[in-house]
Write a new protein. Structure first.
Length: 388
């Protein structure tokens, strides 16, 4: 969801920005302007889902604020072919009594005018209802156009509780989205380290996905995977694509991926409309052990995949460990729920600090151990105790 906040009241701007971040709007999707000239320029260049507009604004920076300037901006949005019209416009004011003289004119363009005096009051619930409705509307349109569904695949040594939590988050906004939750049980690290068992699990997922694609040809899927689940997804989809089957997939979302950073995603060239998002944690030390001691695996969920980032191939970086994505529901709500919209704005993230020398040495050591195939039983035992 993309929001334009037009307000020259700096304290209120900070309150509203903090509230939107809590609601799950990505920081980079919140744009601000303190005058109508700047706002007009932004509306000409960008599409916004929500326009939050102070009812009394200056025309230019630091000029006198007047209600006529707000009306002029609303007239421009309504009548100009150049304006990218927001889906919802909400007026905000410090005191609704102050706008009695021109309220009707303002509300001709706005759904409502909400009084926001400070950090208290019922404005939060009223704005939340408006924002949630807009988000649900975008998801509903996407479903109508593409008949979306989701596929989730968990990691080893877990039963994938996050899969049900993600389903609840999405169904709270759109309960018509069908979820296909793939389970393969509690997979021991010992078997994870043996290529034969890796391939066996890949084949099982391959067959399950093929059945899904063949029986639901009109569906478009978003695929989510964590840890070893990302390995299964990548290998299974590569095999399916090689067989000539069309991957009717909107997006693949990998988190804590055990794939190698130089994994060949060449098969995605045949699917230009597919978006790959790789979520990475800078403190995911478990992936270094995977890179060093588990054949065919790596630490792409820590370092990212090598190559160019683009609108359809994105590495996103965060501070945290192997399961940072599931510490509460905020991460999934903010970063994964918007993917179900008809035209999602996929944000980049580079929250991690620059790597230090110790981190560099740790990663390079894991890389060289893995490259030369030095498998240590004691390390596999340690991995078995910590891999979650």
């Amino acid at each position: 969801m993309k929001v334009l906040l037009v307000d020259d009241n700096e304290p209120r701007v900070e309150i509203l920005k903090a509230w939107m971040l809590e609601l799950g709007v990505a920081k980079e999707n919140i744009l601000t302007a303190d005058n109508t000239t700047s706002a007009r320029s932004l509306i000409t260049r960008n599409y916004f889902d929500v326009l939050l507009l102070d009812v009394v604004l200056p025309k230019r920076h630091k000029e006198q604020a007047r209600w006529l300037h707000g009306i002029e901006l609303l007239d421009y949005v309504a009548s100009s072919a150049r304006a990218k019209k927001p889906e919802k416009i909400i007026g905000i004011t410090a005191h609704t009594n102050d706008i009695s003289a021109f309220r009707d004119k303002f509300e001709n363009h706005c759904l409502s005018v909400i009084e926001i005096k400070d950090n208290t009051g019922d404005w939060r619930s009223r704005l939340s209802s408006a924002f949630n409705y807009t988000r649900s509307s975008k998801i509903a349109r996407a479903h109508a156009q593409n008949d979306l569904a989701a596929i989730t695949v968990h990691g080893i040594r877990t039963f994938g509780q996050w899969q049900e939590r993600l389903k609840r988050i999405v169904h709270a906004e759109a309960d018509f989205i069908k979820f296909h939750t793939y389970k393969y049980g509690y997979f021991a690290v010992f078997f994870f380290a043996i290529p034969y068992f890796q391939n066996k699990e890949v084949s099982k997922l391959q067959r399950a996905l093929l059945r899904l694609f063949e029986t639901q040809p009109n569906k478009r899927f978003i695929v989510f995977g964590h840890s070893f689940g990302t390995f299964l997804i990548a290998k299974a989809l590569a095999r399916i694509s090689a067989s000539g089957t069309v991957l009717n997939i909107k997006a693949i979302v990998l988190s804590g991926s055990v794939l190698k950073s130089d994994y060949d995603w060449g098969f995605l060239d045949n699917h230009p409309d597919l978006t790959l998002i790789n979520e990475c944690g800078n403190g995911d030390g478990i992936l270094c052990l995977s890179e060093a001691f588990i054949p065919m695996t790596g630490m792409a969920g820590r370092t990212g995949f090598y190559g160019l980032n683009s609108d359809s191939f994105i590495n996103r970086y965060y501070c945290g460990g192997h399961s940072l994505y599931f510490n509460g529901d905020d991460f999934m709500r903010q970063n994964w729920l918007p993917l179900f919209s008809d035209a999602p704005t996929i944000s980049n993230s580079h929250q991690r600090p620059d790597p230090n020398l110790l981190s560099f040495v740790f990663e390079q050591t894991a890389n060289y151990i893995g490259r030369f195939g030095l498998i240590a039983a004691i390390a596999i035992g340690a991995l078995a105790m910590t891999f979650r």
